[in-house]
Design a protein around this ligand. Structure first.
Ligand code: SF4
Ligand code: SF4
Length: 313
């Protein structure tokens, strides 16, 4: 859910961010201002809009015209209570499994989980629409340098919260993150591709969107992009999920299945993860050290919004 910045004076906000003083925080809360959400949102928007990590550096640009290309557009934010019963559901077989670690297993005093959807810019998406067989150069940068910047956003958010006097963990950059269920070694098993934290499931819990046939998450800004999340002891009002079913925003049009160069998606079977993984690996052979695909995220009705609805700005 998008949270509009509230008209809190910047100097007060900056003081809060810089000072761990609990009295100052209490004073701001007593002013009746929901500063909690404004606090991370304002700082994170600023970080994403201005940090050099969100722009392809001249020294590594794969083409001269890509130097300075912006990777992620304006983010969407979602908030969930750390004790939301949905997190226990994720431990069930067939969803993620027992190896999923709920927020309070990462941080026992956790109160909130914050999720961000980072949509790719129009430059990245439009480039990947041109040739539906191989990833566009812009997409390769977005996938690889974008991942590096995602990690930076995670670390920055943790620091921001800690500087504000709270504790925080971002599982994707935490040493406790484990990519594969330890009991499954056969890569043709769907469970092979799960991990003990799932950004898409967390984004669903935080009200950001629902799953599509391609197993991406369809948000108010579409499916083409990435996610990050942070667990914190700070309390932020949870967002109400504006849906009830996990596939509510997918119209089952099947375009993502038609786009997939690996035949990894079908309306009957959903997504076959190992076929996708094998194809993405083949792009690595061609573009090493980069890789990517994302043809199920472009030229689809859910690329930049919820099908049948006007995309969020
Ligand atoms: S392309 Fe169509 S079927 Fe695939 S996820 Fe998007 S809305 Fe669903
Ligand atoms: S990323 Fe590519 S290979 Fe994987 S499901 Fe999407 S379109 Fe298919």
């Amino acid at each position: 859910m998008v949270c509009s910045p509230l008209p809190i004076p910047q100097n007060i906000l900056q003081n809060f961010i810089k000072s761990p003083c609990p009295l100052l925080r209490v004073m701001i809360i007593l002013m009746g201002v929901n500063m909690e959400k404004l606090f991370p949102e304002t700082a994170l928007r600023d970080f994403i809009n201005t940090n050099s990590g969100n722009f392809v550096k001249k020294e590594i640009a794969l083409r001269p015209d890509l130097a300075g290309m912006r990777i992620f557009a304006e983010p969407l934010f979602g908030f969930a209570a750390a004790e939301d019963p949905y997190f226990a559901e994720l431990k069930k077989p067939g969803i993620i499994g027992a190896h999923f670690k709920a927020p309070r297993e990462w941080l026992p005093e956790a109160k909130t989980v914050i999720s961000l959807f980072l949509p790719f810019t129009e430059t990245v998406k439009s480039a990947n629409r041109r040739d539906m067989s191989w990833p566009a150069t812009e997409w390769l940068h977005a996938r690889v340098e974008g991942q590096e910047f995602q990690d930076e956003i995670c670390k920055y958010t943790v620091k921001l919260l800690k500087d504000g006097g709270f504790d925080a963990v971002s599982p994707m950059v935490d040493p406790g993150f484990a990519r594969v269920s330890p009991s499954i070694t056969d890569k043709t098993e769907q469970g092979f591709y799960t991990s003990n934290w799932s950004e898409r499931h967390i984004a669903y819990a935080c009200g950001l969107g629902t799953f599509g046939l391609s197993k991406g998450l369809i948000t108010a800004k579409g499916i083409a992009g990435r996610y990050i999340s942070v667990i914190t002891t700070a309390f932020f009002e949870p967002d109400k999920r504006p849906y009830t079913g996990i596939y509510d925003y997918c119209n089952n049009c099947g375009v993502c299945a038609k786009n997939c160069p690996a035949g990894a998606i079908s309306p009957e079977k959903g997504k076959i993860h190992y076929l996708c993984s094998d194809f993405v690996e083949s792009t690595r052979e061609k573009h090493r050290p980069r890789f990517g695909c994302g043809k199920c995220q472009v030229k689809v009705p859910c690329e930049s919004g919820i099908p049948g609805r006007i995309a969020a700005q």
